[in-house]
Design a protein around this ligand. Structure first.
Ligand code: UD2
Length: 323
């Protein structure tokens, strides 16, 4: 049994990690400033989690939170490409200053390893598909720059101070508990939520934009593997966490509409600023070196996700869905 600190524990991926670790009998601590996270995501495991409401930029608070921790799963961030395009300073403060503060605290507390939620946005308009970790990053949005900068910080803290760090470049994670209540929510959550409300979603661009959509259980397993992988293969390194398959926005729309019996055709709008056209992961490195396998496939994951939103609506317990 180990002691984990999850940053952003009340968020979608953070809370999914917390459920998995509690199920495995680990000690789980978590911090979240609740700016985008929601404690309802932890409702059924709240008794088993040592939670503190805290911002990552709180120097003394984060120092105290790192004491006695074996592994940090660093999910806390102000996510979203369009949010960062609109307000780069606020997302910079949260994503870069917050991470640096956490790294200093983790170094001083002699945490065994930190696993970082990096982003496929780092590849930007790098034209080659699929994306491999050794490609030169070409970030397009402030969010992509921030996520990439933190990868470099993680690597430098390993080289300069010996703090073990692993960067997992997430490729469009989706699943239950993903917030659907803001224009900055992920596309699958937004499309599902809108169709359930009888509204027709808008596809930005021609609908042929594609993403390597990865069900959240796969990201959870990647984090657990990254904690336990031998130091010489994992630390100071970057791993793509995708599926190796991509789907267009038209396909995503049709799949969700099919599950919900929603018949209207999509609206189409101009492409979103800062967007990448295509994103597809080469997962060879993560498979070989971490033993990562994306066992949950897109359609199966989508089925579970849509079912979850429907259940939440049914229960009328809709904090995640409320707008
Ligand atoms: C980026 C990262 C992802 C993760 C995420 C965090 C890439 C390729 N991926 O996801 O790894 O870090 O940021 O926020 O950079 N869209 C519509 N209609 C809508 C909403 C979205 O068409 O109502 C489109 C959007 O323009 C984009 C696609 O759906 O082309 C996916 O958008 P998203 O916001 O779900 O995720 P994305 O790709 O920015």
């Amino acid at each position: 049994m180990a002691r984990y600190l999850i940053t952003g524990i009340a968020g979608f991926i953070g809370s999914s990690l917390a459920h998995a670790l509690v199920d495995q009998g680990h000690e789980v601590c978590g911090i979240d400033n609740l700016s985008t996270g929601n404690l309802d995501n932890l409702a059924d495991i709240r008794h088993a989690v040592d939670f503190q409401e805290m911002d990552l930029q709180d120097v003394s608070g984060v120092q105290a939170a790192c004491e006695g921790i074996d592994y940090i799963l660093h999910q806390g961030a102000l996510a979203s490409v369009p949010r960062s395009v609109k307000d780069p300073l606020t997302s910079h403060e949260s994503n870069i200053n917050g991470t640096l503060n956490l790294l200093i605290a983790a170094r001083d507390a002699k945490v065994r390893r930190i696993v970082y939620a990096a982003s496929s946005s780092a590849y930007g308009d790098q034209p080659t598909q699929p994306k491999q970790e050794d490609m030169l990053p070409r970030p397009l949005s402030p969010y992509a720059v921030q996520k990439l900068t933190c990868e470099y910080y993680i690597q430098s803290f390993y080289r300069a101070y010996g703090l073990e760090g692993v960067c997992l470049r997430y490729f469009n994670i989706f699943g239950p508990r993903q917030a659907a209540d803001s224009p900055y929510s992920g596309v699958i959550a937004q499309f599902t939520f809108k169709m359930m409300a009888g509204e027709t979603p808008t596809i930005f661009g021609d609908g042929l934009t594609s993403r390597d959509f990865n069900y959240v259980d796969n990201a959870v397993s990647a984090n657990l593997l990254a904690c336990l992988a031998p130091s010489d293969v994992a630390t100071g390194r970057v791993f793509n966490i995708g599926t190796g398959k991509s789907h267009t926005l038209n396909e995503v729309y049709a799949a969700i509409a099919g599950q919900l019996g929603f018949t209207p055709k999509p609206n189409y709008g101009p492409p979103r600023e800062g967007d990448i056209k295509h994103s597809l992961a080469d997962i060879t490195r993560a498979s070989k070196e971490l033993g990562y396998q994306p066992r949950a496939h897109f359609h199966e994951g989508l089925k579970k996700t849509v079912a979850w939103y429907l259940e939440e609506k049914e229960k009328n317990q809709t904090p995640v869905l409320k707008r």
